[in-house]
Design a protein around this ligand. Sequence first.
Ligand SMILES: Cc1ncc(COP(=O)(O)O)c(C=O)c1O
Length: 421
Amino acid sequence: MKAVAAFDPAVARAGFPALERRVAGKKLIYLDNACTALKSSRVAASLAEAHELWGACGGRRSTHLLAQEIEQRYQSARKSVARFLNAEREGDVVFTSGTTEAVNLVARGFVFDGARREVVVGAWEHNSVLLPFLEAEARGACAVRVCPVKDGRLDLDALEGLITDKTALVALARSSNVLGGVLPAAQVGRLCRRKGAKLFLDDAQFLSSHREDVRACGADFVAFSAHKLGGPFGVGVLWGEDRAMNALRPAAPGGGTVKEVVLEGGRPVPRWLDSPMRHEAGVPNIPGAVGLAAAIELLGSWDPGAARAHVSGLVERLLAGLGKVSEVAVVGDPAALMEGSLAAFAPVHPSFSIKDFNLYLNHELGERFVAVRAGDHCAHLLHASLGLKETLRVSFFAYNTAEEVDLFLDALKSYAAEARS
Ligand SMILES: Cc1ncc(COP(=O)(O)O)c(C=O)c1O
């Protein structure tokens, strides 16, 4: 086996000033990265520069020299994303406002034909994947089928049974925001192709510590959000090859999406541009795209195997510590969680309250506070199917350290001891 070089989180931390912040006089321990990762100075500087120097009309509207320079920066950001995903063509990258908008473009734009109108989703889907398809079902466009979760992973045997000649689309998280794991996408892609269905992968939780290869993963569509990679808020990506992308109806049309509008019998008829333009309506978020490219550049400066091993080590340490606290139970399968960058747990002792423990993490740790996420993590269906109302989730980025894990575990042990007594 190839040895993995050690990853030094101290080097990564140096680029993230928020890690040194105090809030209400307390030092931040940030373990809420699955919600959003902190933003680096590099990303902040690229955003500031884009606003200061290129805050003018770009996006293929005006043709003056400044507009051309802005457009060049925008297209160069598209190239960075294409390289990041190992996409064949940069034109297959559509900038969106995030994963949520990307899913909506597919759910609203997909043309379902009469006999093939089922969409299969997983019981672990984030609401941003589940709800757009339930909405499409409610307006009569498709019928949604849900693949259950078994032993902390998507039940692949059940999935195989659910993908039939009636399946138009299979939409799944590549990694769950509660259960971690890595979906064997190539295998699922083969199942889909055998039945003539398309595969959509939600990479929102995958890309902070894994690399996607869209040429090998078997997907027709891949979506992710910049902010979960340390990039800016309000920007994300929908990737798909031109045939699949041009087969989507423009679901959020507007300025910049048409070649022309002609009059036919006195009626205006749009002539749509090809993707990516047909899916990028309105003046684009150019600073966002440039900031995303800066975030990708930073991720690319770390050895991906070493950074991944570091995050996996943090999850392992967390799981080992959680296993010693009998008042709580980890949700999911440890092996799957180790593939991701997070772990969630639920109380099993009647006096252990998630809400109360969350307050404890904020107010009872002296000089520090720990930021985690308590709730359903927008995975209502998963929580309902597990019979849980809420869980507490600890999630990592490459800048987190073993000391931070230990600090969280010490706090948990102290709180659990109080709850017991
Ligand atoms: C698995 C998963 N998919 C999709 C999303 C939605 O991402 P965004 O809110 O950036 O659109 C999230 C956000 O937490 C997520 O965890």
